[in-house]
Design a binder for this molecule. Structure first.
Ligand SMILES: O=C(O)CCC(=O)C(=O)O
Ligand SMILES: [Fe+2]
Length: 288
């Protein structure tokens, strides 16, 4: 089985259908290489300041830089890319709502070993979600060309349908090779892992993942993005970040208020000065 591949002109429904069947799909050159370069330039100070991982899974020759919404305007656009939102919405259409899970540049340096093959949904304490019930839809954008030699993500197409807690060797996987500007979609149930880097260059991947609203986000968006920046962002992006009620009531604030209203409005009702705002609201509701 090989990875389904599509040109950027493909409709989202075909990609969604491929993900249901194979758990992964590549859309080639979905954005210009210049967009990837721009994101890298915006993130440069943070990429340079990030330390190597401290365990085998994170990768001891791999740098992982997050908080990308606060740090890069281009990454905000990629989070909200219309094709991505349509595909994520399609893959997670069995739920009322979904949200951003994490944003992370994964820079795999030379001599890095292959990451162990895993399912991203194991992050949820290995809860055995029913087969076919996807809780995540993920992207990894090629910021640089992804090649077998430099550590392209290794995937097992169709493994979204296998049973849980299986072990695989890299030889049982195939590399998601793709030119810069392309994106690999993969579901939470797909077995995959970062590839070994046997080249002399660093492989830059931009991992942006999405999850059902009723699961905890892997990257805490409310603390990763400073509120003074968050208040300036578009409402649609903020809702995707989690500033919305998930399903019916998840994540409301104090008196059943919407988190977006709290962020952009009059703050917390425990704050000094808010008593007046609350009383004014009550009085207007009473028609006083
Ligand atoms: O960097 C990659 O290609 C994939 C990394 C990955 O799967 C992970 O860290 O969960
Ligand atoms: Fe992963």
């Amino acid at each position: 089985m090989s990875i389904p591949r599509f040109p950027a002109s493909t409709g989202h429904a075909e990609v969604t259908a491929a993900l249901a069947e194979f758990g992964c799909a590549v859309v080639e050159q979905m954005v210009p290489v210049a967009t990837m370069r721009k994101a890298r330039d915006e993130l440069r100070p943070w990429l340079d300041a990030t330390s190597m991982g401290t365990d085998e899974f994170a990768g001891r020759n791999t740098r992982r830089t997050g908080g990308l919404i606060g740090r890069s305007a281009t990454c905000r656009e990629l989070v909200m890319h219309p094709m991505v939102r349509d595909v994520v919405g399609g893959v997670l259409s069995h739920a009322t709502s979904w949200q951003l899970h994490l944003t992370q540049v994964i820079a795999i340096g030379p001599d890095e070993k292959g990451q162990s093959i895993h399912r991203d949904q194991w992050a949820f304490d290995f809860f055995p979600f029913p087969s076919g019930f996807e809780v995540q839809c993920n992207t990894i954008w090629a910021m640089s060309d992804f090649t077998e030699a430099n550590g392209a993500t290794r995937v097992i197409p169709g493994s979204n349908k296998l049973s849980d807690r299986l072990e695989f060797t890299p030889e049982q996987t195939e590399p998601a090779e793709m030119p810069a500007g392309s994106v690999l979609f993969y579901t939470g149930a797909l077995y995959h892992g970062g590839g070994a880097n046997r080249s002399t260059e660093t492989r830059y991947g931009l991992n942006i993942t999405y999850v059902l609203s009723w699961l905890r986000q892997e990257e805490n968006q409310y603390l990763a993005v400073p509120h003074e920046i968050a208040r300036t962002l578009d409402d649609d992006l903020l809702r995707v970040m989690g500033y919305q009620r998930g399903a019916y009531a998840l994540g409301y604030v104090d008196d059943l208020r919407d988190p977006l209203e709290v962020l952009k409005g009059d703050g917390h009702s425990t704050e000094l000065g808010n008593y007046e705002a609350t009383m004014a609201r009550l009085n207007s509701m009473r028609g006083a």
